[in-house]
Ligand binder design. Structure first.
Ligand code: IMP
Ligand code: MG
Length: 181
């Protein structure tokens, strides 16, 4: 008979109310930058829920940005410097615009570093980054975000768009996976 996986539970780390409050503050900070022809570029898949809430909060702060998506994937050992590949590129015009890249977690920094270089190379007037969680402990590349939701412990988190083996993205909160064995 097939072994059933070890029982897992998700221990809440940031509630949906905490996330919503923080996102409203982030939107206020972004709106205060007085962006020219703003373009939001959300990095798939992990940032889809964050980006959806952030742009609605931006609307509340009077911004009318265009939204696009880039689907990036890291290959190889992320702990030893894997390569980032584009699975789906941005299609919007970027030249001369103020771009805000939105991602779920800043971890080693490879993904954000790659995304920032990509957008700069397409002629953006400015490139900023807004990330929900910052795992500073694991940084390998010298890259910073302009807007950060929360400092994140050096633990694997799931929910609110983030997955563990394709599971847990649907959770409305962010939590830590605990194995019960
Ligand atoms: P980086 O290139 O190492 O900075 O990787 C950032 C990406 O790794 C994030 O956008 C996430 O997709 C993924 N990631 C890093 N840590 C976690 C985690 O704890 N849970 C889920 N995804 C994570
Ligand atoms: Mg990601």
């Amino acid at each position: 008979m097939a072994e059933s996986p070890a029982a897992e539970t998700v221990e809440p780390l940031f509630s949906s109310q905490e996330i919503a409050r923080r996102i409203d503050a982030l939107a206020g900070d972004i709106a205060a930058c007085d962006l020219h022809d703003p373009l939001i570029v959300a990095v798939l898949k992990g940032s889809f829920m964050f980006a959806a809430d952030l742009i609605r909060a931006l609307h509340g702060h009077g911004l009318t940005p265009e939204i696009d998506f880039v689907f990036l994937a890291s290959y190889g050992e992320s702990t030893t410097g894997g390569e980032v590949k584009i699975l789906r590129d941005v299609t919007s015009a970027i030249e001369g615009r103020d771009v805000v890249i939105v991602d779920d977690i800043l971890d080693t920094g490879q993904t954000l570093d790659f995304a920032k270089s990509l957008i700069k190379s397409r002629g953006a007037r400015s490139v900023r980054a807004c990330i929900l969680l910052d795992k500073t402990a694991r940084r390998q590349v010298d890259v910073t975000a302009d807007f950060t939701g929360f400092a994140c412990p050096d633990k694997f988190v799931v929910g609110y768009g983030m997955d563990l083996g394709h599971r847990y993205r649907e959770l409305p909160f962010i939590g830590l996976v605990k194995s019960e064995d």
